[in-house]
Design a protein around this ligand. Structure first.
Ligand code: IPD
Ligand code: CA
Ligand code: CA
Length: 274
């Protein structure tokens, strides 16, 4: 096996074990976790922190020369500045869907990605309540609980089920609201589920036909974006630009035709309000 493939294979084993341990921590702490606001409506719990410490400990014990960026790290901007020069960078959201978690809604996940010189080569997302483990490696496809994933073949917006995310500080006149109203009218239906990582996995799985979001962070999307594209989904940033996991926004759809139609409508909504 090529040296890099062997490393990614080993990383996959370590990453899956780390995700499962973190998922157990989240489930064990569900009834007792204490909550605080990082910013208005932006929540963090002691379970987020405990899960991240567990993941970081396991990963750096196995790969001491690798860099680690987790949502609950104190200096994410420093790591971002270094990211494209870093040979191996782990990007982790220990709990994606904290608002759901706090309300004991089951839609939350552990998200772990590995980047090699800025390119995501491994994505792992675990839904610990549903016991669904999504895994992708670059060029090798994506699976859920070992079964191959294939995104949906839906080509038309009016028969598509679409998810959206909103940032915690969304306002009445935010772009996302104008887009939401337009897509609600023109799609079959819309969901706001509360975990960006799981939305991307659901597009990979064909449960959702498409998903769009602004204001996301790299740890929300790095793993799920690889899982979606490895399942055949089409992914871009707003305006059809090549997707940048650090860029904050994305449009993903199971088919190229649906991606085009959705992108066009989202862009038109943007022009209408600016
Ligand atoms: C949030 C979730 C949510 C999205 C927010 C994210 P967190 O992540 O992914 O779906 O709308 O923008 O911040 O805070 O639960 O890790
Ligand atoms: Ca998140
Ligand atoms: Ca989080």
């Amino acid at each position: 096996m090529h040296k890099m493939d062997a490393l990614v294979h080993d990383a996959m084993q370590v990453g899956i074990e780390a995700a499962q341990s973190a998922g157990k921590i989240l489930c064990d702490m569900l009834e007792t976790a204490t909550v605080r606001e990082k910013a208005p409506k932006d929540l963090v719990t002691d379970a987020d922190v405990a899960a991240q410490e567990c993941i970081e400990g396991r990963i750096l014990a196995a790969f001491p020369s690798h860099q680690f960026l987790g949502e609950e790290c104190s200096q994410p901007d420093v790591i971002r500045a270094m990211a494209s020069n870093v040979e191996w960078l782990w990007v982790v959201d220990p709990l994606d869907g904290t608002v759901n978690y706090v309300h004991k809604m089951p839609n939350f996940a552990v998200s772990i990605a590995l980047m090699h010189r800025g390119q995501t080569v491994l994505g792992i997302v675990l839904d610990p309540m549903a016991q669904e483990l999504y895994v992708a490696t670059l060029g090798q496809g994506a699976t859920v609980n070992g079964r191959k994933l294939q995104s949906s073949t839906c080509t038309k917006l009016d028969s598509a089920l679409i998810a959206a995310s909103f940032p915690p500080q969304v306002q009445k006149d935010s772009l996302e609201i104008a887009q939401f109203v337009d897509i609600l009218v023109h799609s079959q239906s819309i969901r706001r589920l509360g975990s960006a990582a799981l939305n991307l996995c659901y597009v990979a799985q064909g449960r959702l036909d498409a998903y769009w979001a602004g204001f996301l962070k790299v740890w929300d999307v790095a793993a799920g974006a690889l899982i979606a594209t490895e399942s055949g989904a089409i992914l871009s940033s707003y305006g059809g630009k090549q997707h940048d996991p650090w860029g904050g926004n994305l449009i993903v759809a199971g088919s190229r035709q649906l991606h085009k139609e959705l992108s066009g409508r989202l862009q038109a909504a943007e022009h209408d309000i600016y």
